[in-house]
Design a protein around this ligand. Structure first.
Ligand code: ADP
Length: 189
């Protein structure tokens, strides 16, 4: 850690942490990171939203790897993550995680969303990634309230990065204006 602090001529980890997180608006399939995260479903067969976009831009190799995973391990539980290659995407890997479907907060949704972020980060670190891009997991078809999801996402990754210096850049890729504004204002706090 001290080496990194010296390298950037920074006095504390808080400064490093803030500079490592960025918010952008756009299409995550265009991001050239070591890994992009997919808001998948447990079947891992592709679907709508960001999942559909990743599978259609990444090509059939990603689906084949997902199918091989499911035949060996079964469906991916909510809050867990698995990894495939990036296929034809600019990203090297896709980390597939399953966020919770919002059910009024009665099904442990907050903890499961946190676990989806943490599981993705841990898997990324285990695969030596240095940069990672997240979509706004569960805030589309799964209807998790956006403001609450943003707070969980930002707090969870900040805490993780405090204890991990191997990830150099973490991007939140927002597709819609609402999320973009919410992430920017949450990161200013
Ligand atoms: P979930 O089922 O987890 O809600 P969705 O794909 O429906 O997953 O939505 C998750 C978030 O991803 C939403 O905020 C949606 O606007 C966003 N999204 C959809 N397509 C893309 C894309 N190509 N790049 C980045 N984000 C996207």
């Amino acid at each position: 850690m001290q080496e990194l602090l010296n390298l950037f001529n920074l006095e504390n980890t808080a400064a490093i942490m803030t500079s490592r997180i960025e918010v952008v608006q756009g299409d995550i399939t265009k991001i050239k990171a070591d890994a992009i995260v997919n808001a998948a479903n447990s079947a891992l067969l592709g679907g709508g939203g960001v999942d559909g976009a990743i599978h259609s831009a990444g090509g059939k190799i990603i689906l084949e790897e997902c199918m091989a995973y499911v035949s060996a391990n079964g469906r991916l539980p909510v809050g867990k993550a698995m990894i495939t290659s990036g296929g034809m995407l600019p990203a090297k890997y896709v980390i597939h995680t399953v966020g919770p479907i919002w059910n009024g907060g009665k099904n442990n949704e907050d903890e499961l969303l946190k676990s989806a972020y943490l599981g993705s980060l841990q898997l990324g670190v285990a695969n030596n990634i240095r940069s990672i891009a997240f979509p706004n997991i569960s805030t589309g078809i799964y209807h998790f309230p956006k403001e609450k999801a943003v707070a969980i996402a930002v707090d969870t990754v900040k805490l993780f990065l405090k204890n991990d210096l191997s990830i150099e850049k973490l991007l939140f890729v927002c597709f819609d204006d609402d999320n973009y504004e919410l992430y920017q204002s949450k990161l200013r706090t």
